[in-house]
Structure formats: C-alpha cells, structure tokens
Write a protein that binds this ligand. Structure first.
Ligand SMILES: Nc1nc2c(c(=O)[nH]1)N[C@H]1C(S)=C(S)[C@@H](COP(=O)(O)O)O[C@H]1N2
Ligand SMILES: [Mo]
Length: 337
C-alpha cells in the first residue's frame, strides 16, 4: 500500500506472497497447540516463566521491564478459539516502513535501531507536559497480557499476545485539560538507522503520525504495548513502546513512539494525509466498507500456505463490536471510514 502499484498492495487474498509459501503447515499446527497449551497452564506458571510461548528469542530486557515481568496479569483479555500466531511469523512479517517497504525489511534492519535511552515528549493540552524516560512513564503501571486480533488494511491478520497497559491509565496520570479532544502520536525519526526513510521511493511524509479521538484513546481495549509473547517488544514490532488499537486497521497501531500530543482538533495522520480516498482517520475494521482497490470482507489469517490460505470472514470492528460500537453511534461508517 506504500506505492500505488500491484506489488505493494500484496494483500489481495488471491495473490500468494512468498511469505505465505514459506509458512509451512507444520508451523500452523504447532501454533494451534501452543495456544491451547498456554490456556491450560496455571497462571502462576505463566507468571514465573514469562515465556509460555515456544521458539521465542531470548533477549536482555531493560531493568524496568524485567521488574514488571514478575507481576503480569496474564491473559487479561484473550481471543477464544483462535490460535495465537507463532512468534516467528509475528516478528518476520511486518509493516514498519521506516525500515523499508517489504515485509522482511523491519526484521532485517530494525535490530540496529537503538532504543536505550528512550524518552517520550508529552505536549499540548495537558497539565503535566514534559520529557519522560520510559520507567517514569510506566512507574505505576502493572503489565497486562492482551491477546488481540491484528487486522491489517492489506487483508491479512494475526493473533498477537501483547504485554502492555491501558493507555487510559497513562492519560489519567498526564492529566489532559478539558480542551483535549484528540491525541496524536509520533514515531522516532532517525534516518541514519532507518533505511526506509532514506529511500527516495516513499510517499510518506515522515515522521509517521497517528491519532485517536479522546474517547477511543480512553477505551479500556486501547493499550500501550511494551512487550509481546512474554518478552520485551522486538524492534521490528515497535520497541520500546507502540500503540495497539485492536478494532482498527493495523496502521493506527503506531510503533516506536517518541511524542504524545493532546489536541483540540483532529490531527493530520500519515495514511489519511497520503491517500484520503483510501484511508480514513477512523480506520475501523469494517467488512462492509471496501477499500477502493479491494474488498475488506475477508482476510488471510497468517500463517497460511498455498494449499491452505486460511481465509476467514472479517468481523465488524475486528470482532470487538460489543465493546466499541457505541463509540460510533450515529456515525455513517461508510463516510467516516
Ligand atoms: N511507525 C510505524 N508504525 C506502524 C507502521 C509503520 O510503517 N510505521 N505500520 C503499521 C501497519 S500498516 C501495521 S499492519 C502494523 C503492523 O504491526 P506488526 O508489524 O507488529 O504486526 O504496524 C503499524 N504501525
Ligand atoms: Mo497494515
């Protein structure tokens, strides 16, 4: 979707990507068993190990993260009856255009991004603006595991076990003024570590910006993730902190955040600005509202394979309608897409 040609919109379910070929049936079976196994484990086992997921790379996590890992609310929210996507797939098939346009680019180049130290600037309509280091920002938060569907606008999806905390908790601490109606987020902009930013082909006006209406930001399903699969976030997935809004297309879930702004009016966001006929500010997952170039009615749940593409119906609000539909009461979702 980065460049307007067929190759970039490799989301059409009729097209078979090399990645889909590469993912074997064995992995898929493995993934299903894994999810069932995790659910059967007593929670103290999960808390003790922090890595109930198979084949997860071990890493040196920062001190503040390890401290929080001892007291996680595992499976605070889960997806019933759907397998967790294997770690390998969730960390090798990514969109993070700062590192390049291909699905393998983030895994290849993002490890070079330096994430320590990391600070987040908070500004705008807020009573506690400032420059916060990460452990400050999270000092009061207890980590929760949120197992969510992730539906990309390109019609593929995964199920990812995030570790994070409700964005609402952070917003309350920062104490926005009564004028704050929207919130925006900005990604790190460091071309020397991000080859996608240096390439001339991109239509994106960096830095990557995303935003939410304040009630969406305060919704209990909206989280700031700092980990996944029982470990710290891999760089390609948006380390050290990224937004996760499970009822919206994946592009809203902005990675590697360095700025949070509280605003009076709706921010200009990256995809909406680039192609307003194709990508809206709301970007709620909706099988009835087609992308101008393809249907959003179905999706490929990864991993799939040539002979088993694993296509399923896309659900309104990505399956979270009971929780979030009321946020959009009275809105025409085909106009405010
Ligand atoms: N900064 C930034 N955030 C981003 C993107 C990006 O290119 N840059 N891609 C988005 C898109 S299109 C998707 S589908 C998700 C993918 O998240 P994942 O790689 O962790 O699965 O990240 C979103 N966040
Ligand atoms: Mo996406």
């Amino acid at each position: 979707m980065l460049i307007r040609n067929r190759r970039r919109s490799d989301c059409h379910e009729s097209e078979v990507t090399p990645e889909a070929l590469y993912l074997s049936r064995r992995r898929f079976v493995h993934g299903s068993l894994l999810a069932a196994g995790a659910a059967a484990l007593p929670s103290h086992t999960l808390a003790a190990s922090g890595s109930q997921y198979a084949d997860v790379d071990s890493v040196d996590a920062p001190e503040w993260f390890n401290a929080k890992l001892t007291d996680v609310r595992w499976q605070a929210v889960t997806v019933k009856g759907e397998a967790v996507t294997p770690y390998k797939d969730a960390t090798s098939y990514n969109n993070f255009y700062e590192f390049g346009p291909n699905k393998g680019d983030p895994a290849r180049y993002a490890p070079k991004m330096s994430t320590e130290p990391w600070a987040v600037v908070v500004d705008g309509e807020v009573s506690k603006p400032g420059r916060y280091v990460l452990d400050d920002l999270f000092s009061l938060a207890r980590l929760e595991e949120r197992i969510y569907r992730l539906r990309c606008v390109e019609a593929w999806s995964m199920v990812i076990p995030w570790l994070g905390f409700p964005l609402a908790d952070l917003i309350k601490r920062l104490d926005p003024t009564s004028h704050a109606k929207y919130i925006s987020f900005e990604t790190l902009s460091r071309p020397e570590e991000m080859p996608g930013m240096r390439a001339g082909f991109s239509l994106i006006d960096w830095p990557y910006v995303e935003g939410l209406r304040m009630d969406e930001a305060m919704h209990p399903l909206t989280v700031m993730a700092v980990g996944m699969y029982g470990r710290v976030l891999p760089n390609q997935n948006g380390a050290p902190l990224r937004l996760v809004v499970p009822w919206k297309y994946g592009f809203k879930s902005i990675k590697s955040i360095v700025r949070i702004s509280f605003l009076r009016s709706q921010p200009a966001t990256t995809w909406q600005t680039m192609a307003p006929q194709e990508y809206g500010f709301y970007a709620n997952v909706n099988p009835q509202v087609s992308h101008p170039r393809w249907s959003q009615a179905r999706e490929r749940r990864l991993p799939g394979s040539l002979f088993s593409p694993n296509v399923r119906d896309t659900l309104l609000f990505n399956g979270y309608a009971d929780d979030v539909a009321s946020l959009y009461a009275g809105m025409d979702l085909s106009k405010e897409y």
